[in-house]
Design a protein around this ligand. Sequence first.
Ligand code: ZN
Length: 338
Amino acid sequence: MKAVRIHEHGGFEVLRIDELPVPEPSTGQVCIQLKTSALNHLDIWIRNGIPGVPLPLIMGSDGAGKIYKLGVQANKFKIGDSVIIQPLVYCGECRSCQSGNENLCANMGIRGESTDGTNCEFIVLDEKCVELKPENITFAEAAAFPLVGQTAYQMLINRAKIKPGENILVWGAGSGVGHMAVQIAKISGCNVIATVGSDEKCAFANELGADLVVNHYNDNVADKVKTFCGKVDVVFEHVGSATWAISMHVLAKGGRVVTCGATTGPNATIDLRHLFFKQQTIMGSTMGNVDAFTQVIKLVAKGQLKSRVDKIFPLDDIAIGHEYLENSEQFGKVVIDI
Ligand SMILES: [Zn+2]
């Protein structure tokens, strides 16, 4: 089978298409013939170099396809079923896993980061990590929501615990995780201010249901927020250094900042006096628990939550897909057709 692997960290040139044997499912496992995969910013970080990544590594966290082969005692699916992959890797046995906080597992990882991923033609997985694809979506859409949907749901519902009527600022609504966050906040009855990086993306953010859309390069975000609602109850952060000061500035008393990334850099400062006097909370969040994935699938199956596929690249052109994502040209997801 074809598989996109990195043998070393670096630029687009380290993405290699290797020929590998089709993997065999063991007890309780299934082999999936992948039809689609999707790119995430995580892929770029991994390609550039994160400590602890095992090399060589098959890239890719998201995937959808059909059940190709069943291992012994694998009885959740039948051959030919259309399925999607839950991207979190966890042990299932530790205290965190037993209490439903699989994303806090001591051995927590993400497919395509800690173990081989989905940028390939076949993958073998424990059947507990595989779910039926909702019938109302395409394979491209199915690969486009798992990691970002699970992450955004965890941040807003499980961590920040957003409530109807609250004002939410979502940075980077054109990103995979951002476009999920806007929709999840709207489904929850919140007022959403979304930022985007170009005027062309404003219309897309409006389509997602954002109540106010701001161009974070041209507009003064703090002024726009002030005029719209004064302060916000929750800031959805994943940008980092470039936006942190504004995120803290626009946060209301009792407000929460929840962050899952630092695309523009990891260093930020806070004024502790403001933090304690305004009784605010800063929350870190990575991926989501298994229940977050289950809930996101339900929202997708009901048609309430949609992943927007921006562009589809064939597996052979995956380096072009990486470049497209790295330049933030997309609104929604970059999908790989396998
Ligand atoms: Zn565990």
